[in-house]
Ligand binder design. Sequence first.
Ligand code: C5P
Length: 408
Amino acid sequence: MGEDIFSGKTIALGISGGIAAYKAVDLASKLAQRGAIVKTIMTEHATKFVSPLTFQSVTGQPVLTDLFAADSQGKISHVALSEEADLVVVAPATANIIAKAAHGLADDALSTTLVAARSAIVMVPAMNNYMWSNKATQYNLEILTSRDIKVMQPEVGRLACGEGNAVGRFPDTASIVSFLEDILRKSHDLAGKTIMITAGGTREPIDPVRFIGNRSSGKMGYAIAEAARARGAKVILVSGPTCLNPPLGAHTIYVETAQQMYDAVMENLYQVDAVVMTAAVADFRPSSSGIEKIKKERMPKSIELELNPDILQAVSKKKGNKLVVGFAAESENIIENATKKIKKKDIDLIVANDIASPGVGFGSDLNLAVLINKKGPVGDLITYKKTELAEKILDWVAAHIAVSSISS
Ligand code: C5P
């Protein structure tokens, strides 16, 4: 058995003022027993439920309650803690700290740590069921999840306020620990690996102002790029024109045409361990595009086309030990067609997505998709948020890259 994933990891454990604060003592203790360095930050209200000394005793670490406290090196403690934490966990998270985090308020040690955090953040809400279902709370939780803050769902059961069988209970320690374990594992399972991702559509010029394009938004590829960064990979994103902000920390190379995308991909191929090709590359382009705008009066009756290079196929020919993942946009016989494509293109994984169903695919935040490897489908054809599908693809990449990668 390998080393415990918690061993030597610094966990900033935020305690906000709910009765479940007493249960967080057990959480702090279990994390410390697994080898984590647990540094507790308590709100003023939390200290009314449990004394800081209790957390200090079970973790063997100082407890932060004062926004302006300095650590032994004279650094402001909440800033130092945001810097060194491998994970920030707020458990229990009250409606108040959820609202503050959603809006970036920083008026005490815990909320300020959240604003300054560099690692993944996890919220474990626990509150009265009416506070939980309040529209403001739900809206704030949506804001947090859209920023990739992980929120653990509270359980249904008897609440401390007397409500029976209602949603809002703090989950048991073992469930929280395994939730955190999963996040920690994913926060570095691609460390040391380089992944190249193609994203968006291409534009094939007819003249200097007009082009043949497609409806790709780039959302799928950007979601994979962001998720791969968060999991520790070095990311090269080769992107066609999109309206999206470049993912933080990724090396983004902007291209317009399929030929430019081909050149950028081939130029960088030598340095990557895996390639994920989500781009909707135009299969063909106008054979010629003049340097002058075509005048209305000189409208051509037809546009002659020629084939673009198939980037995925070219990559697969030079793949060596690299993992190659392609996408297949299908409108019928999805699994059958995608299975043929994985063989024809000789790649490791194909993500087949249904572009015929309404509300999913191009431009949407959702994708109806199934992962297929050389042996057949891995899982079912289901509707994913593109961010979830990105994680699912990277789970597969992380599980297979170690044995196939050039750098392993
Ligand atoms: O053959 P088809 O276009 O259906 O294959 C789709 C997959 O191939 C996608 O992963 C897409 O990014 C990639 N592709 C490519 N170059 C092309 C056409 C498609 O890399 N010219």
